[in-house]
Design a protein around this ligand. Structure first.
Ligand code: PEP
Ligand code: MG
Length: 583
């Protein structure tokens, strides 16, 4: 048995296909001075083609796996736009008269070598990014590519030195039973992609095997404890066959929780809701027992088109969502939240040095009031067909909330005059995702019907760490003591004002964070659909009383490491290192 690192749970048994460790082997190629201009043109064209290819992959991954996973490709786009990378290539071409592809290869090798030397998982990941994006660029410069995922009839276990995000994008889960890589860390791209796809993954086999795995070997791999068996005996195959069955039964058990009431062991109910961005997300959400929709990100209705969706077009979508909820369930429709990383071609966004601090979300709505009104009217009209709530993103002052509400009043008046029915008591809430809003939560709570804490942005703004910037990803720490204090302050302000508070950022679905929400008396958590069942399993085994005690200890911690380890301890045997439920 070889012991690697279990990075995504699940057991796979099958024949290995080993991807050749593929390296571009380029002999030096020099060009005449007169050909340099052509080489540069080739380089820039290659960069542009690579960028548009990455944008397409990003979109595909966003649709197939999840928006968050698609952000992995932002790091690749950033490398292609990084002047340090491109200037290095240009320098080699200009000074040594080398062909574009040779200069790119030398640049990749130089940077990868530099990062690889450091004994730091984060830096090794950056090396992998550079290699991946560099290889993509080389493919376009040379016109060929040779590390595609094998296509074959029989399902197999894929073994590789490491898999790039681009390769993950081509994995067919119906054909690949599991993946084993020699490199990688538990927070690597491979681990994130595998977990999102539900693909068993063992990583980190480098230097641990006496003989390399060969294509055709029979492999058993266990993604929860990292064990890999090569050509095992019958008894081991049978044993793992049984464990695999148990694992599948565990998944079925999770599925069986879909309609179990979400109560803690001491009887506190927490409504578990889904974050959606399109109507197509509703069915999977209900299959996982979602108790309504806590966040409808409407911006996706505005994307991939060339004009604004009209009021009628929006109404159609919101009405369908409202009608499909079923009794006792509600949907929170958030108004347009673009800007930052989500741009729409037909809104002329200004060139901004700091788009996340710029023309974004409610700021755009309050500037382009005709567009905002059309959306408000559509949401109001949909409220006639189901239990709809309205929510404004990125509120940072009372004035913004009042301005938005004034426009809402105008929209209501117009609809009344036109004779359109709508819910006159439509609840209106705000996202608490800017530290300013959290700081004045008491003032905002007086003029709003509910709060939803958006931890994704709250963490980014509170810690001054761009949530899209891979370079500072290690500083993006949801378990920072400052975050704990901010959410506590917000929840307490809501409770004093007697309004409900929910959470809809990624932390809502992180089983590790659950005691925090239980202790704060949060009664609604809204999350990506795939997180609903594992979170429910954790909820059913948690007590709000224990959580309150734990919270006191968490608040006394002075750094995130301490907080994390207390939360991990509390999760005990329930959770694996990957935040997934163990067998
Ligand atoms: C958030 O910021 O936590 C949130 C849920 O909104 P989004 O991720 O769409 O910015
Ligand atoms: Mg947000």
């Amino acid at each position: 048995m070889i012991k690697g690192i279990g990075a995504s749970n699940g057991i796979a048994i099958g024949k290995a296909i080993v991807l050749p460790s593929w390296e571009w082997n380029l002999p030096d190629k020099f060009v005449d001075v007169s050909d340099l201009a052509y080489e540069f043109e080739k380089l820039y064209e290659g960069v542009e083609t690579s960028k548009s290819e990455l944008e397409t992959i990003k979109q595909d991954i966003s649709q197939l796996i999840g928006e968050e996973e698609s952000h992995i490709f932002n790091a690749h786009l950033a490398i292609l736009e990084d002047p340090i990378f491109i200037n290095e290539v240009r320098d080699i071409m200009q000074r040594q008269f080398k062909a574009a592809e040779v200069a790119v290869k030398e640049t990749i090798d130089k940077f990868v070598g530099m990062f690889d030397l450091l004994d730091d998982d984060y830096m090794k990941e950056r090396a992998a990014d550079i290699r991946d994006v560099g290889n993509r660029l080389l493919k376009h410069l040379l016109g060929y590519w040779d590390d595609e995922i094998p296509v074959q009839e029989e399902p197999y276990i894929l073994v590789a030195r490491e898999l790039s995000p681009s390769q993950w994008a081509h994995i067919d889960p119906a054909k690949v039973l599991g993946v084993v890589t020699l490199m990688g860390g538990t927070n690597s791209h491979s681990a994130i992609m595998a977990r999102a796809m539900g693909m068993p993954l063992v990583i980190g086999l480098e230097g641990k095997q006496d003989e390399p795995i060969a294509t055709g070997d029979t492999i058993i791999m266990d993604g929860s404890d990292g064990s890999v068996y090569v050509n095992p005996d019958e008894e081991t195959i049978e044993r793992y066959g049984r464990r695999k069955k148990e694992w599948l039964a565990h998944l079925e058990l999770l599925q069986g929780l879909a309609h179990v009431e979400p109560l803690t062991t001491d009887g506190k109910k927490v409504r578990l809701k889904a974050n959606i961005s399109a109507i197509k997300d509703l069915d999977p959400a209900f299959q996982c027992g979602a108790d309504g929709v806590g966040l409808f990100r409407t911006e996706f209705l505005y994307m991939d088109r060339s004009t604004f969706p009209s009021e009628e077009e929006q109404l159609e979508v919101y009405r369908e969502a409202a009608q499909r909820l079923g009794p006792g369930r509600s949907i929170v429709i958030r108004t347009l939240d673009v800007g930052g990383d989500k741009n729409i071609d037909y809104i002329p966004f200004p060139e901004e040095d700091n788009p996340f601090l710029g023309y974004r979300a409610i700021r755009i709505s309050l500037d382009r009031t005709e567009l905002f009104k059309a959306q408000l009217r559509a949401i109001l009209r949909a409220s006639h067909y189901g239990n709809v709530k309205l929510m404004y993103p990125m509120i940072s002052s009372l004035q913004e909330l009042r301005q938005a509400n004034a426009l809402l009043e105008e929209a209501k008046k117009e609809l009344e005059e036109e004779g359109h029915p709508f819910d006159r008591k439509l609840p209106v809430g705000i996202m608490v995702e800017v530290p300013a809003a959290a700081a004045i939560a008491d003032l905002l709570a007086r003029e709003t019907d509910f709060f939803s804490i958006g931890t994704n942005d709250l963490v980014q703004y509170l810690l001054a760490v761009d949530r899209m910037n891979e370079q500072v990803a290690h500083l993006y720490e949801p378990y920072h003591p400052a975050v704990l204090r901010m959410v506590k302050h917000t929840a307490e302000a809501a409770q004093r004002a007697g309004i409900p508070v929910s959470v809809c950022g990624e932390m809502a679905g992180d089983p590790l964070a659950l005691p925090i929400w239980l202790a704060l008396g949060v009664t609604e958590l809204s999350m990506s659909v795939k997180l609903l069942l594992p979170l429910k399993a954790r909820l059913l085994a948690s007590s709000s009383k224990d959580s309150a005690e734990l919270m006191n200890r968490l608040l006394a911690c002075s750094d995130s490491q301490e907080i994390r380890s207390l939360l991990e301890q509390a999760a005990g045997g329930l959770l694996g290192g990957t935040g997934q439920i163990q067998e």
